[in-house]
Design a protein around this ligand. Sequence first.
Ligand SMILES: Nc1ncnc2c1ncn2[C@@H]1O[C@H](COP(=O)(O)OP(=O)(O)O)[C@@H](O)[C@H]1O
Ligand SMILES: [Mg+2]
Length: 351
Amino acid sequence: MDRSLAGRRADSEDFKPAQNLYRQLSQRLIGQPEAVEAIVPYVQIYQAGLAPAGRPAGVFLLLGPTGTGKTKTVEALAEVLHGSEKAMLKIDCGEFQLEHEVAKLIGAPPGYLGHRETQPMLTQAKLNLASSERCSLSLVLFDEIEKAAPSLTRLLLGVLDKAILRLGDNTTVNFERSLIFLTSNLGSSAMLKELKPVFGFESAVPRNLEGVGGKLESIGVHAARRKFSPEFLNRIDRIITYRPLDQQALAEILDHHIEEFRRHVAARLGPRSFDVDVPEETRQVILQKGASLEYGARELKRTLHRHLVQPLAALISEGGIQPGACVRLRFDPERDCLALDACTTPAPVRQ
Ligand SMILES: Nc1ncnc2c1ncn2[C@@H]1O[C@H](COP(=O)(O)OP(=O)(O)O)[C@@H](O)[C@H]1O
Ligand SMILES: [Mg+2]
């Protein structure tokens, strides 16, 4: 493949998805403006043809509490750049906790047991598949990097430094056209400890988290320094600490989930589809049940599943919903639970 600078010129198609990149990414990644602001310039530098040769186009370490959007960041960027959240090369580092498992990434050397059977996970072909006609930049995600065996971080050193990975069969993979993301929960329990006394042990989700960013960042960077060698950290372009999501961010994420579900119903059921209405009051109840400082937005989708998708499926299978009907998820204060009402009146238009 042409790895020369000329081969890295900005092709005109590359510019299209970059337009409004800030806006598109912020619409999908809620409440993490620092992350958006840190990442977008690296995409733009790549697309302008100005990324340095002999290095990945950008290397990011994403830190912060669970369920705040670290993995979602790469999914959102994949959707914006390539049209699908799945368009990335994702390595779940939890699968490489033992030294010998790391060999699965690069394949065994010739002559070793299993050489023919092991298909390395990190090949040039797989990396190229993570790009698209729209954009030649591949997104590579090493998810939950703190779980990986130390040999994986050693392997990564060469990738982060020279954009080159040597495989077991002695061929190389070039990462110059890649953005590499490492995510980690390192320091997140210390971050929660820092937040709890401020917001109280009982507090579910604070209304406003202004002003805690700097403190959390220093906890994150400290934890990363304890875990990784200086030479490893020096090869990272940006360390980004995600903030816990406040009520407003969680409410917005819930709105997205509900919208996505309504579209899913319409697309999947076609002529049999119906509208789903979730009034504001119900959304507040779901937020109370599904959002916490510890798990961020992680529980929201599950809560929605339990209280909306499951009862809805039961109602459909009992023949309780007419095509074109409106189904409302209502909070029943007397029984202190959520209930589904199927009616034929159309749902009010939500702003
Ligand atoms: N900032 C966010 N913006 C939009 N959705 C989010 C955000 N944070 C979490 N979510 C939702 O919660 C789920 C879990 O978040 P994830 O990014 O996997 O968390 P983590 O920070 O632990 O990697 C995502 O799939 C997404 O639906
Ligand atoms: Mg994650």
